[in-house]
Design a protein around this ligand. Structure first.
Ligand code: HEC
Length: 483
């Protein structure tokens, strides 16, 4: 007997490992389960990648507002394999969300949530929730402009929820503003609390999968009847069952290894997104938006009418969650085949179309400041071909660009669409109204009271007052002054 074999036998005898794992590894699963049955284990595998790469990141990450940004720069550019590990963690997160989505869609389509697997579904819904929480908390840990602003925006949105709003903000930010306490809290959630929840839920989920057995491929005309299903499934496995290892598990292994290869490839070639500028709350030059998997929801919120938004911000996820939870109770028996449940296919299709549309909107984000806005060309500043703009108006136009106004406001086709178009604002608002608005901000318009000198304010107002529809014969000059 070879030494290796003897060592194994000794280890197995003393540890009992094959007795413990053997039955689990070789338990009978339905023959004919397809590749789509591997989506769940793909999700699990992505999670394990996150655990390993996450531990790697945590060894070098510094949880302090002063050092977090630098430590990530160090990880990204200097640490051995740092670039690769951060890249894998980023793409692994995407993979996890993607596979959870696909796995849920598949389970929904084959109605594997029906009797007796209701709890499998519910623990899966909980896993979806905690996975999204990981995405949200992880983003702040980048601690760059975008990350910090995203959380400020999220908190501002949560804060507008009726009744619980303020408490929620306090909970999210660990205080009233984003700061050291916020970072520490997000870090603790991201590396201890939520992962612990995930481990527990994954354990439960897998236990339930073993307990009820892997669901058989559905067949039209073979409905689930809770009275007879268990006995039927038992007999079914006797004829149609194959041992999980190796007959079915090889697909999971292929998917897992394939994913690892793709993740390493993406991490090496594309990498994680470059960090933005270090956070500076006085700079508005940020592009707050969540990572792609939450981007579509960001679009929902941005597109909702402002007066409904306050309610829907929390209500929409609550409704979606409630529907997911209710599903196995609404329909836990009957046909499983998607062919006999056309509405199931319809729902999946609608959700896919809806999310992709919103996703495209979210990517364009016409409601976000346009940070690439170019300075207004002289022809626009002059407004009228005939009259030359006065010096103060030219100065104001320059400030309009350099102070970031143009990122949110469009003038004659230049600039962002976050705020109202100011092409003809001179006709609409008095100088006093403009001054008040610029100094005080309000409704998504930042207050500039603290960051403009009186001269700058004058120039801005002069410039804005000069903005009139081209038809009106009005030289592009205003006296300035804040009245
Ligand atoms: C972050 C985006 C953003 C930036 C930057 C910004 N604004 Fe605004 N602004 C808005 C929004 C949004 C509104 C509309 C607020 C409302 O609904 O009351 C607005 C409103 C205004 C109005 C009133 C327009 C009207 O038709 O009622 C003026 C004038 C204005 N901004 C000027 C400025 C100037 C000048 C600057 C630069 C110093 C500036 N804004 C920077 C977003 C911005």
């Amino acid at each position: 007997m070879g030494l290796l074999k003897r060592a194994w036998l000794w280890f197995d005898d003393r540890s009992g490992v094959s007795k413990a794992i053997g039955p689990v590894a070789t338990h009978a699963v339905p023959r004919g389960s397809a590749w789509s049955w591997a989506l769940g284990s793909a999700t699990l595998f992505a999670f394990l990648v996150q655990v390993v790469t996450g531990i790697g990141l945590a060894t070098a990450y510094v949880t302090s507002t002063a050092d977090a940004y630098q430590s990530l720069q160090f990880i990204s550019h200097e640490a051995t394999f740092g670039h690769l590990i951060r890249g894998m963690h980023y793409w692994g997160a995407s993979a996890m969300v993607l596979f959870i989505g696909l796995h849920m869609a598949q389970v929904f389509l084959i109605a594997a949530y029906k009797f007796p697997r209701e709890l499998n579904w519910l623990s899966g819904v909980a896993l979806l929730g905690v996975t999204l929480a990981m995405g949200f908390t992880g983003q702040l840990l980048r601690w760059d402009q975008t990350a910090v602003w995203s959380v400020i925006v999220a908190a501002a949105q949560a804060g507008r929820a009726p009744v619980v709003g303020q408490a929620l903000v306090h909970f999210i930010l660990a205080g009233d503003t984003v700061g050291g306490a916020t970072l520490t809290r997000f870090f603790a959630y991201h590396v201890f609390f939520v992962p612990a929840l995930i481990f527990g839920l994954v354990g439960l989920h897998l236990f339930l999968v073993l307990h009820h057995g892997v669901s058989e491929p559905p067949k039209a005309g073979r409905p689930v009847d809770p009275k007879t299903y268990r006995r039927w499934y038992h007999d079914y496995l006797k004829t149609e069952g194959v041992p999980f290892w190796p007959d079915s598990a090889w697909r999971d292994v292929v998917v897992g290894v394939g994913m690892l290869v793709v993740l390493v490839g993406l991490a090496a070639v594309v990498g994680a997104p470059e960090l933005g500028k270090p956070p500076d709350p006085t700079l508005l030059d940020a592009y707050p938006r969540p990572d792609w998997y939450l981007l579509w929801y960001f679009a929902v919120l941005a597109l909702l009418p402002t007066n409904l938004e306050d309610y829907l911000i929390l209500l929409l996820p609550a409704i979606a969650g409630a529907l997911l939870v209710a599903l196995p109770f609404i329909s836990n028996r009957g046909e499983r085949s998607a062919l006999r449940r056309p509405w199931a296919m319809g729902i999946v299709l609608i959700v896919i179309v809806m999310i992709s549309t919103l996703w495209i909107k979210g990517d364009q984000a016409p409601w976000s400041p346009a940070f690439t806005a170019q300075a207004l060309p002289p022809a626009v500043i002059q407004n009228q071909a005939s009259a030359l703009a006065s010096e103060v108006v030219v100065t104001g136009a320059g400030l309009f660009h350099s102070k970031g106004c143009e990122n949110c406001h469009m003038v004659a086709g230049y600039g962002g669409q976050r705020g109202p178009n100011l092409t003809a604002v001179g006709q609409r608002l008095s100088q006093a109204q403009m001054t008040t608005r610029i100094l005080n901000g309000g409704n998504n318009m930042p207050a500039y009271g603290g960051s403009l000198t009186p001269d700058q304010l004058n120039a801005l107002v002069a410039f804005l007052s000069s903005r009139r529809p081209p038809a009106v014969t009005q030289p592009g000059v205003a006296s300035g002054g804040s009245q």
